[in-house]
Design a protein around this ligand. Structure first.
Ligand SMILES: Nc1nc2c(ncn2[C@@H]2O[C@H](COP(=O)(O)OP(=O)(O)OP(=O)(O)O)[C@@H](O)[C@H]2O)c(=O)[nH]1
Ligand SMILES: [Mg+2]
Length: 322
């Protein structure tokens, strides 16, 4: 864990370094935010009245081993399931605990009939100095060629004839935004200890850029760099330590500071915490905005391919009956 950030207590700032939401009124803020995201539709009002239905957006979690990728999915899923719900395996191991490429649906509601939301979170094996991602594999993942539950080694070789490889994926099977997950407690060592992994991430960013796929950073484990944030995640946006860490990550990964989202994942808790929930939803909202920005560049293609015609309605109806 980073000593630099744990030395001394951080004095919380009077005014937050980023304006996010009303943290003093979470009993109203949180349900509003949750409702907004439960009703998220890809491209939102741009498709209203058009009879166009783009099924779901796909978010890829990407980063080093143990960065907290699977925990990010578990945290977001827990918020919507209204209970701590660990679907993806998480923990600390010598090699990445996640070995399959998994497209997780997110369900809302704690009732018996959960409602699937309009986004999926894709979890992948973490990068290790001896298991770095090749540009070719990155392209396959981003372009939707890797099917759900495919055992996937970022450095392994993949051939188009392998089972689980999709040759011509549709736009709704591709990745629409990448969230680079970075452990906040590793940030001051990014340039030395994990240099190989960081260099690999930056190399993969060139592939994402070439495909015009937006990137954000989820800066996980912020509770481990700031005592006040550990006590209450709501303090993160008034913590100079978190602010400094965000600036450093933005500099190293070459993304604007407003694309870096601090997050505290559920890891030791038995019960949901409104501050942790709110922070996770703010992050998700930022990611979904980026997904929409990406889809906007494919607007004409979406209208052309995803318009629901009388014919396709009839076909779906027949499928349901048979
Ligand atoms: N304190 C704290 N621990 C966290 C947080 N997020 C994740 N962890 C812990 O970090 C460890 C690694 O988390 P994972 O979610 O398994 O990380 P991963 O990136 O999926 O790891 P691999 O799949 O092995 O690459 C686990 O022990 C988590 O409980 C966080 O926000 N705060
Ligand atoms: Mg994992």
């Amino acid at each position: 864990m980073s000593q630099m950030y744990l030395d001394g207590l951080s004095e919380l700032k009077e005014t937050p370094w980023r304006n996010t939401c009303d943290w003093n009124n979470l009993s109203e803020t949180l349900p509003q935010l949750k409702d907004e995201l439960e009703n998220y539709e890809p491209l939102g009002d741009l498709l209203i009245g058009k009879n166009v239905h783009f099924p779901k957006v796909n978010i890829l979690l990407f980063g080093g081993i143990g960065a907290g990728k699977s925990s990010v999915f578990n945290t977001i899923n827990s918020v919507f399931r209204e209970k701590i719900f660990n679907v993806a395996r998480s923990g600390c191991t010598e090699h990445s605990l996640t070995t399959k490429f998994t497209k997780y649906p997110v369900m809302s509601g704690s009732s018996t009939e959960p409602m699937p939301l309009k986004f999926r979170i894709c979890d992948i094996r973490g990068l290790e100095p001896e298991h770095l991602m090749t540009k070719e594999n990155m392209r396959y993942v981003l372009e939707g060629s890797i099917e759900d539950r495919f055992p996937f080694d970022p450095s392994g070789s993949i051939s188009a004839d392998m089972p689980g490889f999709k040759k011509h994926p549709d736009l709704d099977e591709k990745i629409h935004c990448v969230a680079l997950v970075q452990d906040a407690s590793m940030v001051d060592t990014l340039q030395d200890l994990s240099l190989k992994v960081t260099t690999n991430i930056k190399e993969m960013q060139t592939v994402m850029n070439s495909l015009d796929i937006p990137q954000v950073v989820i800066m996980s484990k912020i509770d481990s760099i700031c005592e006040e944030t550990k006590q209450d995640a709501a303090n993160a946006f008034r913590s100079p330590k978190v602010e400094k860490c965000v600036a450093k990550v933005s500099e190293v990964l070459g993304l604007p500071r407003n694309m870096v989202f601090p997050m505290k994942n559920y890891e030791n808790e038995y019960q949901l915490d409104p501050s942790v929930d709110t922070m996770a939803l703010l992050t998700l909202k930022g990611i979904l905005n980026n997904c929409d920005a990406h889809l906007f560049n494919h607007y004409d293609e979406i209208v052309k391919k995803y318009t629901v015609t009388q014919m396709s309605l009839r076909e779906n109806w027949n499928l349901l009956l048979n």
